[in-house]
Design a protein around this ligand. Structure first.
Ligand SMILES: O=C(O)[C@H](O)[C@@H](O)[C@H](O)[C@H](O)COP(=O)(O)O
Length: 256
């Protein structure tokens, strides 16, 4: 992952707050340039802390939230109100503080809306393609200003797990995942080409429990199959936003 710039932080709180500021800056700039901004959210505890930090950040008023499009890189295929849903956790973290427009929020369909994860994936592909068409693009994907991702302890990102065929798929931007090694077993995920279409990809890596995974994705021998997190890159920028305790060799932060 030599293409990625590592940005260390002293604690998870600092990581959340500084990432919040970075996100706000990107969204603001995108709105200045294009009139709107598009953010792809991630699940995971650090991703939720970032959303919470944005919701509590006085500078979030610099963004016109009614012109922010929100997508997810993956979702657990469970009922819509289930607290395991990344979308439900994101809404809880935002605490109603961000004045988003309902029709710009794009959750992946839940298991009480569609009968299979394949249907939910097809539905998301269509929604993405429609958004792309509205932007005058036939690529099947709208312009993503920023893709936030969280690194799993096994190096997974979104629902792309090591050793699984989903990491090699290039024929579709979104697919169903069955028998996921991490529960719940059924999921819907963006594939690597969709993730890597984003202008900026920022990978959140927090805590000493992620140190091995971080080393694995930075190993020059890493492949998408051995360490999916090693294969993500933005078209303009790839950042590893990390806490120092996830970086071997740097001092440990007792609060991290
Ligand atoms: O769908 C999931 O199971 C989660 O979204 C998962 O992909 C998560 O993002 C990472 O495992 C990092 O999670 P933490 O930040 O909680 O360690």
């Amino acid at each position: 992952m030599n293409h990625a710039r590592i940005v260390p932080h002293g604690s998870q709180e600092q990581l959340a707050q500084e990432t919040s500021r970075r996100v706000i800056t990107v969204l603001e700039q995108a709105q200045d340039e294009r009139g709107e901004a598009t953010l792809v959210l991630t699940g995971g505890s650090m991703g939720n802390k970032v959303i919470q930090a944005i919701a509590n950040d006085p500078d979030s008023a610099l963004v016109d939230w009614s012109r922010v499009n929100v997508w997810w890189s993956d979702e657990r295929f469970v009922p819509g109100a289930d607290s395991e849903r990344n979308g439900v956790q994101a809404a809880d973290a935002a605490q109603g503080q961000l004045d988003l427009e309902w029709d710009r929020i794009h959750p992946i369909a839940a298991s009480d809306e569609m009968s299979t994860a394949e249907e939910a994936a097809a539905d998301y592909r269509e929604e993405l393609a429609t958004a792309a068409e509205q932007e005058g693009s036939d690529s099947g994907l709208p312009y993503f200003d920023l893709m936030l991702l969280s690194l799993g302890p096994d190096t997974h990102v979104a629902s792309l797990f090591p050793g699984r065929e989903e990491v090699t798929v290039t024929s579709t931007p979104v697919m169903a995942v069955h028998d996921s090694p991490k529960p719940p077993p059924t999921r819907v995920t963006m594939t690597l080409p969709a993730i890597n279409s984003a202008e900026r990809v920022w990978l959140l890596v927090a805590g000493s429990a992620k140190a091995e995974a971080l080393a694995a994705i930075r190993d020059p021998e890493a492949t998408p199959q051995s360490a999916p997190g090693s294969a993500v890159r933005g078209t303009e920028e790839t950042l590893l936003l990390v806490t120092e305790d996830a970086l071997p060799g740097l001092p440990q932060d007792p609060e991290g």
